[in-house]
Design a protein around this ligand. Structure first.
Ligand SMILES: C[S@@+](CC[C@H](N)C(=O)[O-])C[C@H]1O[C@@H](n2cnc3c(N)ncnc32)[C@H](O)[C@@H]1O
Length: 265
């Protein structure tokens, strides 16, 4: 499928392993080889490289050539860190990595089970697959946002579903992992909750402005949203964030599983 939008570099640049992929941080140790799929501009990947030193390495992979160029420029020369352009749906690695991860990436991928099968194959027998992702169906704002934003969000979910993207991804991952033969499946709650007064509250809410700007054109082209609806949401949401918003909670889960050492009979 053609790329429908570009994730905001400004948002991705702020991400770190310690803050934004905490369950993975707890699984890493020196010497491991890691594949980070959908690495964006590399903030989390850089943290992975540090965590697996000495002796380990991470490859950050992303289908967006602009993000890969930026990641390579930001972190040139760091030990154990490299980046490459590539799509998870054409990933063709076999038993190469101790850990294969994808953070906030599979939310944008149709044909999820093909992606998961390729990720599982890329892990060594005994290796770990860790997916961190959202259930957009369960996003909660307090109080209710303006009607224009509620309309935009409903159109966003419908547009995504029409393209084959899973809006309840976090809630379906454990079952999918088991169906792919992964063992010891474990789910960790990593919800992103921001309350007024918290550091980063405005930045957390602003993510939806980036979504309006990044996905709006494709949604309009697909007939999922009118220009007027996009413009009304773009106009009303910032004022609500400044004056009324109290809390935003995004449902986020880290799901991990192990590639069995032997195929079961
Ligand atoms: C929301 S960003 C997440 C970046 C980073 N992992 C993080 O958690 O901050 C999603 C990334 O996945 C990438 N992506 C989307 N679909 C992809 C695919 N099919 N194969 C590889 N990367 C993909 C996008 O280009 C984008 O950089």
């Amino acid at each position: 499928m053609a790329q429908q939008h570009q994730s905001s570099g400004a948002v991705l640049d702020r991400r770190t392993l310690a803050n934004d992929h905490r369950r993975l941080a707890g699984l890493l140790r020196p010497g491991l080889s890691v594949l980070d799929i959908g690495c964006g501009t590399g903030g989390i990947t850089r943290g992975i490289a540090e965590a697996v030193q000495p002796g380990g390495a991470v490859l950050g992979l992303d289908r967006d050539a602009g993000h890969i160029a930026r990641a390579s420029a930001r972190f040139a020369g760091q030990a154990g860190l490299s980046f490459a352009c590539g799509d998870v749906l054409t990933l063709d690695a076999e038993a190469r990595f101790d850990v294969v991860t994808a953070a906030r990436t599979l939310q944008w991928v149709p044909r999820l089970d093909e992606a998961l099968a390729r990720m599982a194959r890329a892990a060594k027998p005994g290796g770990t697959i860790v997916v961190l992702d959202y259930s957009h169906e369960r996003l909660r704002w307090q109080p209710e946002p303006p009607a224009s934003m509620t309309r935009f969000y409903a159109a966003f979910l419908a547009w995504r579903a029409g393209l084959g993207m899973e809006n309840s991804l976090a809630d379906t991952l454990a079952e999918r992992f088991a169906a792919h033969g992964l063992a010891d499946v474990r789910v960790t709650n990593q919800d992103e909750a921001a309350r007024r007064g918290d550091p980063g509250f405005e930045a957390a809410l602003e993510i939806w402005l980036h979504v309006i700007d990044a996905c709006g054109p494709a949604m309009i082209a697909a007939g999922a949203l009118s220009e007027l609806e996009r413009d009304e949401a773009r106009r009303d949401y910032p004022g609500w964030c400044r004056a009324s918003a109290e809390e935003q909670r995004m449902v986020l889960r880290a799901v991990e599983g192990t590639r069995p050492r032997r195929a079961s009979a």
